[in-house]
Design a binder for this molecule. Structure first.
Ligand code: EPS
Length: 350
């Protein structure tokens, strides 16, 4: 199973093609739209979300809400395109009309223009590097999550902290202060996968390890700088006698490993922690160089989010859903939901 997305932040819209869903799964479009709506919410989001009202149009691969095994193609419109047509139209747009040359530290701008030869205009870079693309991953992940629920696997996410602050009211106060200061804040999200059978993934080859797959998918989310499994980096501070989950006749009593041993699910909940850096577009621009003139200056100040950590919960859950379903299909196969369910039930009884 794989997901490809396309679309620029201020282009016509976002597209996804989700290929490899088994036949016979039920997909509720309203639930996809509810997840898209969750992505638009969250304390600290910017004004773009007042313009957009993300809804998905599924174009193929479903009939009457049931998967046909063929690729599911879908579209999410960018309402803001109406204001950007002169710049972004694929036929007659002129991307130089919205030139950005005061490149933002921490953003794709500088490396992107050098890589693709865009001279002194980072606009084509940031249009695709923007986290707007995560809407396409949320829609695809929402479908995967619905398939997972039909085989007894559920996914739940939560904010652990915003810039080290755990209390929600104090988080909001810190976000208000960052907005006043023209600054941005990061944080951490935890996602738990429940109901995974034992032995998903494999120790036999590095690229079949379940922890490697989660790390790959999660590091692919914009602004993610670290991924932890179970106690993650904290395990490196413990002795072996403190770190491992001992096994008793009635199973394990702890889950420090986060449900994965040696690249395989061990039957416990899978616990993933994802660290988001602060968004690199600061209204109080950081020091940088204008690539048009070579002069030192301050970075461009696009409209921006102050904090995306709350919105990142649904993005992280969705990406975990994509990776989890891919891993299950790689381990158990299944052209149909009935086949997948049967093989998973056999493993659960083993
Ligand atoms: C986003 C849409 C973007 C940004 C943000 C995420 O909209 P605009 O650029 O029109 O304000 O708000 O993108 C970034 C954080 C970024 O660095 O580009 C969205 O829909 O999530």
């Amino acid at each position: 199973m794989r997901l490809l997305t396309a679309g620029e932040s201020h282009g016509i819209g976002l597209i996804g093609v989700l290929e490899g869903l088994p036949a016979g799964a039920q997909i509720d479009i309203d639930r996809i739209n509810a997840d898209l709506e969750r992505r638009q919410r969250g304390y600290g989001r910017g004004d773009r979300q007042k313009i957009e009202s993300d809804t998905v149009t599924v174009m193929s691969g479903l009939n009457g809400g049931t998967t046909l095994a063929s690729p599911v193609a879908y579209f999410i419109s960018n309402r803001d395109y109406a204001n950007w047509t002169d710049v972004m139209s694929p036929e007659w747009g002129d991307i130089s009309l919205k030139k950005l040359s005061r490149v933002r530290p921490g953003h794709a701008d500088l490396a992107g223009i050098k890589k693709y030869g865009f001279g002194d205009n980072a606009r084509p870079v940031l249009e695709r590097a923007s986290a707007r693309e995560t809407a396409a991953r949320v829609a695809g992940g929402s479908m995967c999550r619905q398939v997972l629920e039909q085989v007894g696997v559920t996914i739940e996410g939560e904010v652990l902290h915003v810039c080290g602050i755990e209390d929600v009211e104090a988080q909001h106060a810190a976000i208000d202060k960052a907005r006043e200061d023209g600054d941005t804040l990061g944080g951490e999200v935890r996602v738990t996968v429940k109901g995974m059978p034992v032995g998903v993934g494999s120790y036999v080859e590095y690229d079949r390890r379940l922890d490697a797959l989660y790390a790959f998918y999660l590091m692919g989310i914009n602004a993610v700088k670290a991924v932890g499994i179970g106690m993650g980096s904290k395990l490196s501070y413990l002795k072996g006698s403190e770190a491992h989950d001992e096994i008793f006749a009635d199973g394990r009593h702890t889950n420090r490993a986060g449900g994965i041993d040696a690249g395989m699910s061990n039957g416990e909940d899978i616990v993933l922690t994802v660290s988001f850096k602060p968004i690199p577009t600061l209204m109080n621009g950081l020091r940088t160089v204008d690539v048009s003139t070579g002069e030192e200056t301050t970075a461009a100040t696009e409209r921006s989010d102050v904090c995306v950590v709350e919105a990142a919960v649904v993005v992280t859950e969705s990406v975990v859903a994509i990776a989890t379903l891919k891993a299950l299909l790689d381990t158990f196969g299944g052209d149909t939901m009935e086949e997948l369910r049967r093989r998973m039930d056999e493993r659960r009884k083993a």
